[in-house]
Design a protein around this ligand. Structure first.
Ligand code: PEP
Ligand code: MG
Length: 591
C-alpha cells in the first residue's frame, strides 16, 4: 500500500500471519540472552550491604512470582498456578540463603557471583542423580534462580507476557506457543515477531485468538523501543512505526471496509458450503480447546475438523490426567453434538514443546521426537489420552485422528493400544462409542505413498498441508529466510494432495484438509477441484472459504485442478487460482 518510509517513520515488512489491523504502543520483548554476571571482588566491610541486596532481591522475586501466580490462576487455571508454589518455597529456604552468604564470605566475591556459583554447583549435583522428583526441583531452582539473578543485577526478566500492564502491540524475536497461549487478549492487541512464518504454531494460535499478527520481520528489534507508537497491518504483513496521519486515515478506511465485508460474510452463517452446481463441501473449524466452542458456532462451521490437544499440555509441569482431558473433550463434543468433533491425539514436538520439558535440545525438532513418536514411547501418556477420547465419544460425535503417521507400523501400534483401552473401559463399565471413526493425518510424503495400506485400516484421511509441504519440499515451516520456498502450489505438492484424495476415494474413505491451505480462499477452488470432501480451518477463516465455495461451480474447480496437475510451474498454478477466485468472489479481495 505504501512505499517504505512514506507510511511512517519506519516500515518493516514481514509475513501476514493473522488478519486485522491494530494501533497502539509497542512492547518490545528482547531476545532472551544468558545473563553475564560480573565477578566483582568485595571486602569484609561490603558484606552487610551485599547481604541486604540479596535479601531485597529475594523479596522482589517473591512479589513478582506471587503476581505471576495470581495472573496464571486467573487466565490459565489454578492447577497451573500451583507450579509456582514450589518456586516460592525455594526462595524461603534458609539453607539457600546461608550457603550463598558462606560462598560470598569465603570467596570474597559479590553476592550475585556467589549466588550463581552456589546454584550452578547445586544444579550439577542434582543432575547427577537420576530421579524424576529431583529433576523437577532442578527446573524450579533454575527458573527461580534466573529471576533472582536478574533482580540482583537490576535487569527485567521479560520471559513472559504476564507483566504487561496496558494494551500494547508485542514485538518479539519469537514467541513460543506457550507464551502465546498465556497472553492476555485484553492487553495484547497484536504481535510482530522476527522469526516464524504463516504456519508456525504461534501464527496459528494468533488466528484462533483473532489477533492481528505479522511474522518474519527481520531485524526490527534493534530499531524499535517499548512505548513507540505503531500500527500493525495483519493483512499486508507490515509494522509501521510512528504512522503518519495519512496512513492512519487509510487504515481507518480499510478497517471500515473489512467490517462491512465481515457483516456480509456473517449473513452466510447458517448457509451450507455448497457450490452453485450442488457439491457440498464439509466446512469445519480447527480449534485448540473448549474456549473456542462459541467461535465455531458463530462463524458457521459444521463441526470441528481438528481439535489440537497439545495446548492442554503446554504451560504446566505435569500432563493433564485422563479425567481432566475427558472434561475438556466432553465439553466440546457435547456442546457441538451432533456435529462431528475430530480430536487429534497429541502432537507435541516441533515448535510445540513445553519450555520446561527438560534437556531436550534437538538439531531438527520437526524431524525429531514428535507427535505419535512420543506417544508410542510414552505409553501411559498416550493411554490416558486415548481413554479420555474414547470416553468423550459417549457424549457426542467424536472422531479420533493420529498425527504424523509415516507408515502402517505406527498405525498398527496405535490401533492396538486403542483396542487395549477399549477392552479396559469395557471391563470397567465406562461408556464409549464402539464405532467411533478413526482417521490418519496425511502429512508425511511416505504416508502418501502408502496411503492404500493406511486406507485399509482407517475410516478417513485429513491432509496436514503445513507439514506435508515442509517435508515434501524440505523447507522448514518456521524459517523466514526460506519462506519464499514454502510453496503450497508447487506441482509436487499438488500431486501429493491429488494422490492422497484419489487413494482415499478408491477405498471408500472421505478425505479432508486441515492445514492452513484449507483456510486460504485463493486456494479453495484448487482443493475442491482436487477432491477435498472437507476443509477445516481457524473459525475466523471459515466465512471467507464458505463465500468462495458458494460462488464456485464444481466444474470450474475441476478444470483448475486438471490444469494444475498438468502444469510444471507453481507461479502459473497460483496465478490461475487467483484469477478464478477473484472472478467468482471479487468482493473478498478488495482492500
Ligand atoms: C498440518 O501439519 O497441516 C496440521 C494441521 O498440523 P499442525 O499444524 O498442528 O502440525
Ligand atoms: Mg502437522
Amino acid at each position: 500500500m505504501h512505499e517504505p518510509g512514506k507510511a511512517g517513520r519506519l516500515v518493516f515488512r514481514g509475513v501476514a500471519a493473522s488478519q486485522g489491523v491494530c494501533r497502539g504502543k509497542l512492547f518490545v520483548l528482547a531476545r532472551p540472552r544468558a545473563l553475564v554476571v560480573e565477578r566483582r571482588p568485595v571486602s569484609e566491610a561490603d558484606f552487610p550491604a551485599e547481604i541486604r541486596r540479596f535479601q531485597e532481591a529475594l523479596l522482589v522475586t517473591r512479589q513478582q512470582l506471587s503476581q505471576v501466580q495470581e495472573r496464571v490462576g486467573q487466565h490459565v487455571g489454578s492447577g497451573d498456578a500451583q507450579i509456582f508454589d514450589a518456586q516460592l518455597l525455594v526462595l524461603d529456604d534458609p539453607y539457600l540463603h546461608d550457603e550463598v552468604v558462606k560462598v560470598m564470605r569465603r570467596d570474597r566475591v559479590c553476592i550475585e557471583a556467589a549466588f550463581q556459583d552456589f546454584v550452578q554447583r547445586y544444579l550439577t549435583s542434582l543432575s547427577s542423580v537420576e530421579d524424576p522428583y529431583l529433576s523437577e526441583r532442578a527446573v524450579d531452582l533454575r527458573d527461580v534462580a534466573d529471576r533472582v539473578l536478574h533482580n540482583l543485577v537490576g535487569q527485567d526478566l521479560q520471559s513472559d507476557l504476564l507483566h504487561l500492564r496496558e494494551p500494547c502491540i508485542v514485538v518479539a524475536y519469537d514467541l513460543t506457543p506457550s507464551q502465546t497461549a498465556t497472553l492476555d487478549r485484553r492487553l495484547v492487541m497484536g504481535f510482530a515477531t522476527e522469526q516464524g512464518s504463516e504456519t508456525s504454531h504461534t501464527a496459528i494460535l494468533a488466528r484462533s485468538l483473532q489477533i492481528p499478527a505479522v511474522t518474519g520481520l527481520a531485524d526490527a528489534i534493534p530499531h524499535v523501543r517499548t512505548g513507540d507508537a505503531a500500527l500493525l497491518d495483519g493483512f499486508g504483513g507490515q509494522l509501521v512505526v510512528d504512522p503518519t496521519d495519512q496512513t492512519l486515515y487509510e487504515y481507518g478506511q480499510l478497517e471500515q471496509r473489512q467490517q462491512a465485508l465481515q457483516g456480509r460474510l456473517r449473513e452466510l452463517r447458517a448457509e451450507p458450503a455448497t457450490t452453485r452446481d450442488g457439491l457440498h463441501v464439509v466446512l469445519s473449524a480447527n480449534i485448540e480447546g473448549p474456549q473456542e466452542i462459541a467461535d465455531v458456532l458463530d462463524r458457521g462451521a459444521e463441526g470441528v475438523g481438528l481439535l489440537r490437544t497439545e495446548y492442554l499440555f503446554l504451560n504446566r509441569r505435569t500432563p493433564p490426567d485422563e479425567e481432566e482431558q475427558l472434561h475438556a473433550y466432553r465439553e466440546v463434543a457435547s456442546a457441538l453434538a451432533p456435529a462431528p468433533v475430530i480430536i487429534r491425539t497429541l502432537d507435541l514436538g516441533g515448535d510445540k514443546m513445553p519450555e520446561d520439558a527438560g534437556p531436550h535440545e534437538e538439531r531438527n525438532p520437526f524431524l525429531g521426537w514428535r507427535a505419535i513418536r512420543i506417544c508410542l514411547q510414552q505409553r501411559e501418556l498416550f493411554r490416558a489420552q486415548l481413554r479420555a477420547i474414547l470416553r468423550a465419544s459417549a457424549f457426542g460425535n467424536v472422531k479420533l485422528m493420529y498425527p504424523m503417521i509415516s507408515g502402517i507400523e505406527e498405525l498398527l501400534q496405535a490401533n492396538a493400544l486403542l483396542d487395549e483401552c477399549r477392552a479396559e473401559l469395557r471391563a470397567e463399565g465406562h461408556a464409549y462409542n464402539e464405532s467411533m471413526e478413526i482417521g490418519a493425518m496425511i502429512e508425511i510424503p511416505s504416508a502418501v505413498m502408502v496411503a492404500d495400506a493406511l486406507a485399509r485400516r482407517v475410516r478417513f484421511f485429513s491432509i496436514g498441508t503445513n507439514d506435508l509441504i515442509q517435508y515434501a519440499l524440505a523447507v522448514d515451516r518456521l524459517n523466514p529466510r526460506i519462506a519464499h520456498l514454502y510453496d503450497p502450489t508447487h506441482p509436487g505438492v499438488v500431486r501429493l494432495i491429488k494422490q492422497t484424495m484419489d487413494t482415499a476415494h478408491a477405498h471408500g474413505l472421505w478425505c479432508g484438509v486441515c492445514g492452513e491451505m484449507a483456510g486460504e480462499p485463493v486456494l479453495t477452488p484448487l482443493l475442491v477441484g482436487l477432491g477435498a470432501d472437507e476443509l477445516s480451518t481457524a473459525p475466523g477463516r471459515v466465512p471467507g472459504v464458505k463465500f468462495v465455495i458458494r460462488r464456485l461451480q464444481h466444474s470450474e474447480a475441476q478444470a483448475l485442478a486438471d490444469f494444475a496437475l498438468r502444469c510444471e510451474d507453481s507461479e502459473e498454478i497460483l496465478a490461475r487460482c487467483r484469477a478464478l477466485t477473484r472472478a467468482v468472489a471479487p468482493g473478498l479481495f478488495e482492500r
